[in-house]
Design a protein. Structure first.
Length: 252
């Protein structure tokens, strides 16, 4: 059965999508069968593996709102072992359309169950909000990765997110574990060093040993629709995301 990893933080621009795309690509490179699932109406994860987010008529939106079977919206990518469930801008409306449904938090989990044996990893890229889409991600997941940007205010919002995770675990998904907190966009500055030290003091072993450096290639790769290991195989970003994939895989 697949391990289902939600990459979540309601704070915007902290490296969720970069992490979801590159972790998925590194798992696939290591021979795992991987499904990257784009839960964000922005569709950045879809674009990150070269898929135009508005090209497809049936997407994760139809899975969540109209019970279309998940395997009907899975697309192959240009990369071995890596498949994608694309997003669509209509997904913005899904939160409202699902409000009155009593299984609204379980739509994604129920959709994943029939395909769970077909993959080693299912990676969920969550939007920057703690709404129903992220909640569907947390209810479907077996583990959460929380990216924190090495900037002032890195910990802002974290207690709210951790509280939500505890509520989900207590009420909706007993299997949910925090896989780890990931420090992203690390630079060799006093501020980055201080943030890293504070976060490690505060959260201890919950923080991955691997951090992700700020790296120009990582910011360029999405515009070519390529994961970092295919865009610039030897850059620091590629090396560190490979190390992260290894660490996540080891943290069973
Ligand atoms: P959102 O909340 O909008 O979904 P996000 O949390 O998914 O954002 P990303 O889209 O992954 O964050 O990253 C935000 C921006 O920072 C993007 O332009 C991305 O290319 C860039 N970025 C992310 N990680 C790095 C890095 N390690 N080095 C350099 N640039 C990065
Ligand atoms: Mg994103």
């Amino acid at each position: 059965m697949a391990r289902i990893i939600a990459v979540a933080n309601q704070k915007g621009g902290v490296g969720k999508t970069t992490t979801a795309v590159n972790l998925a690509a590194c798992f696939a490179e290591a021979g795992k069968k991987v499904l990257l699932l784009d839960l964000d109406p922005q569709g950045n994860a879809s674009q990150g593996v070269g898929v135009d987010k508005n090209k497809y008529d049936t997407t994760i939106y139809d899975v969540l709102v109209d019970h279309v079977p998940l395997d009907q919206v899975v697309l192959a990518t240009n990369y071995d072992n890596l498949s994608l469930v694309p997003s669509h801008r209509d997904l913005v409306g899904a939160e409202i359309e699902l409000v009155g449904e009593n299984d609204r938090e379980f739509r994604l989990r129920n959709a994943i169950v029939p395909v769970q044996d077909a993959y080693d990893y299912i990676v969920l890229d969550c939007p920057p909000a703690l709404g129903l889409l992220t909640l569907n991600g947390l209810v479907a997941a077996t583990g959460v990765i929380i990216p924190l940007q090495c900037e002032y205010y890195a910990l802002e919002g974290l207690s709210e997110l951790l509280h939500t995770i505890i509520l989900v675990r207590d009420n909706l998904n007993a299997d949910l574990a925090v896989k780890g907190v990931l420090l992203t966009m690390y630079q060799h500055t006093n501020l980055s060093r201080q943030v890293m030290e504070d976060v490690r003091n505060h959260l201890g072993t919950k923080v991955f040993e691997t951090w992700i450096p700020r790296n120009v290639s990582l910011s360029e790769a999405p515009s070519y629709g390529m994961p970092i290991i295919h865009y610039d195989n030897k850059c620091a970003g590629a090396r560190y995301y490979r190390m992260l994939a290894q660490e996540v895989d080891n943290r069973a």
